[in-house]
Design a protein around this ligand. Structure first.
Ligand code: GLC
Length: 552
């Protein structure tokens, strides 16, 4: 036995190109975010629901994504559309009920899809039983939230809510102020109270017991504030974001997830955290020298650091910055859009949709897609009077276009039938985009038609290749505004993404990578023929054209 072991060991050492260790299921996964209100309305009441998602599970299978992440489905007065939760353990009747959820979970798993829930730890709804008890000073609940004494006309400090106005509301019941980073209907929970910490850990365990595969943790940055709630200086974020105790709580949740797996078996339960932070703050959510944290903390840099005017150099800069800062033991991730951000097509321009999908999908690590981005949905038109989002509605009408997040939340465009196939014709909670007759999934699904969707699907498939799973990365920004991303792995084909970031005709010479390439996936504006061979020294690109090439 010992001899056999030694031979195996030596063999492993000398095998020239031993296959790298397999990745854990989530490490090259595509997570698909579903915004339940806007995905599919099965009962024709104007709002999407769980049974609608069940009806559309085959779409997810067809895309090839690994997992779906549901934005909150819990009981909620819907002030912030589910991010104001009145019961962390139940489903809102608007979306269905617990048995619908369990059916969705079972059916998704039956189809090979993993299911991730949104965990919203920073705040509850003011209609949550805990808040009602706390506001009435019911013994044991007094410190579930952040309460401060003071003059009813002067908030305890100058901090403002992310949804406009002061971050404090006076409670006439308790004659005290309570703190809320978001709407006044979203009071912040007090994590300096060990009971709250335990309650929220129990919430995690509750959903794990039902069989979910992990959590997306909402606005993790905001969990703790400086204990003194100091007034002033202008940059409040130093006092209310990314506090040391916040990182520690993430490490505690990771221990909970890992121990849960140890005890109950099964695959890794993942945690992904929402943090719009730069490198100095972000990687702490992944872990530190002694603790593991989130499996990955969202990389929003494509959103926060790039836009329509960004050049190939800018994009290369963001990619390189990520890898220069991320400790090697961690897994990268790329997020291009979500329910809080303008649609990719609207933010970077419709011409860049495929190029951006290619960049996101060829880069090492996890990719996160917001529903609708796979068909290149654009921001919908929503007027001030049709809007709902507190971030827009609590501000001024003049700032509506800038503040509201309703535009990226309009119903999914399934087909060209009434209300884009979202429902059977009932007025939808937000208007269906008027583009739906020409921009919809059914159309993009047409056989042999080149479409954003077909390209997305091909890209997701490509991620299963050894090269894309394990290959090395090289990036180049050429002087003519062309971005080149290379993934290469010994004894495997080399994949190259070439993106003309600008609108001008450009040519590139890639003969140092390979003398000839096969065209693997051309963007919609490309006239290159899939599977055709092109010479590495002369690759021509029209404006915004992008292409995935594979070395011959
Ligand atoms: C997160 C959510 C956003 C929500 C906020 C408050 O940023 O993505 O939609 O409004 O947290 O929960």
């Amino acid at each position: 036995m010992l001899l056999l072991k030694s031979i195996l060991f030596v063999l492993l050492l000398v095998l020239p190109n031993a296959v790298p260790a397999e990745l854990d299921w989530w490490q090259n996964a595509v997570f698909y975010q579903i915004y339940p209100r806007s995905f599919k309305d099965s009962n024709n009441d104007g709002t999407g629901d769980l049974r609608g998602i069940i009806q559309k599970l085959d779409h997810l299978v067809d895309t090839g994504v690994t997992a779906l992440w549901l934005s909150p489905i819990y009981s909620s007065p819907q002030v912030d559309f589910g991010y104001d939760i009145s019961d962390f353990r139940d489903v809102d009747p608007l979306f269905g009920n617990m048995s619908d959820f369990l059916e969705l979970l079972a059916k998704a798993k039956g189809k090979g899809l993993r299911v991730i829930l949104d965990f919203v730890p920073n705040h509850s709804s003011d209609k949550h039983e805990w808040f009602e008890k706390s506001e009435n000073s019911v013994p044991g609940y007094e410190d579930y939230y952040v309460w401060k004494d003071g003059d009813p006309s002067v908030p305890p400090n100058s901090w403002t809510s992310y949804f406009h106005g002061p971050a404090w509301t006076w409670s006439t019941k308790r004659n005290q102020w309570y703190f809320h980073q978001f709407a006044s209907a979203q009071p912040d929970l007090n994590y300096r109270n060990p009971k709250v910490v335990q309650e929220m850990k129990d919430v995690l365990t509750y959903w794990l017991d039902l069989g979910v595969d992990g959590f997306r943790v909402d606005i993790i940055t905001a969990l703790f504030e400086d204990v003194n709630y100091p007034d002033g200086p202008l940059d409040q974020s130093a006092y209310r974001s990314d506090q040391p105790e916040t990182y520690d709580m993430v490490y505690q949740w990771r221990i909970l997830l890992d121990e849960y797996q140890k005890k109950n078996g099964g695959d890794t339960r993942v945690m992904m955290t929402e943090s719009y932070a730069d490198a100095d703050k972000l990687f702490g959510y992944y872990g530190n020298a002694t603790h593991n944290g989130a499996h990955f903390s969202f990389n929003f840099w494509f959103i926060t650091q790039l836009n329509k005017d960004s050049t190939a150099t800018d994009i290369k800069g963001v990619i390189d910055k990520w890898f220069n800062n991320m400790p090697e033991r961690y897994t990268a991730n790329w997020v291009l859009g979500n329910h809080d951000q303008s649609r990719v097509a609207s933010r970077y321009g419709t011409g860049r949709v495929d190029g951006l999908s290619m960049i996101e999908m060829i880069l090492p690590g996890v990719a996160v897609t917001y529903n609708g981005e796979e068909i290149g949905m654009e921001n919908g038109k929503v007027t001030w009077s049709e809007g709902w989002d507190p971030q827009g509605c609590n501000g001024n009408e003049e700032d509506w276009e800038k503040n509201s997040r309703d535009f990226q939340r309009t119903p999914y465009q399934w087909d060209a039938t009434v209300n884009a196939g979202f429902n059977e014709g009932h007025k939808t909670w937000l208007p269906v985009s008027d583009k739906y007759t020409t921009l919809n999934l059914a159309l993009q699904h047409t056989k042999n038609l080149k479409s954003h969707y077909r390209i997305y699907q091909e890209l997701v498939k490509l991620r299963q290749t050894e090269t894309l799973k394990f290959g090395k990365l090289r990036t180049f920004a050429l002087p003519n505004n062309v971005l080149v991303i290379i993934r290469e792995l010994e004894n495997n084909p080399t994949y190259v993404v070439v993106v003309n970031v600008g609108d001008k005709f450009a040519s590139v010479d890639l003969k140092s990578v390979a003398s000839q390439f096969v065209v693997q996936i051309p963007s919609v504006q490309s006239s290159k023929i899939p599977k055709s061979i092109i010479d590495g020294s002369t690759i021509y690109l029209v404006g915004f054209e992008a292409v995935v090439l594979v070395s011959v």
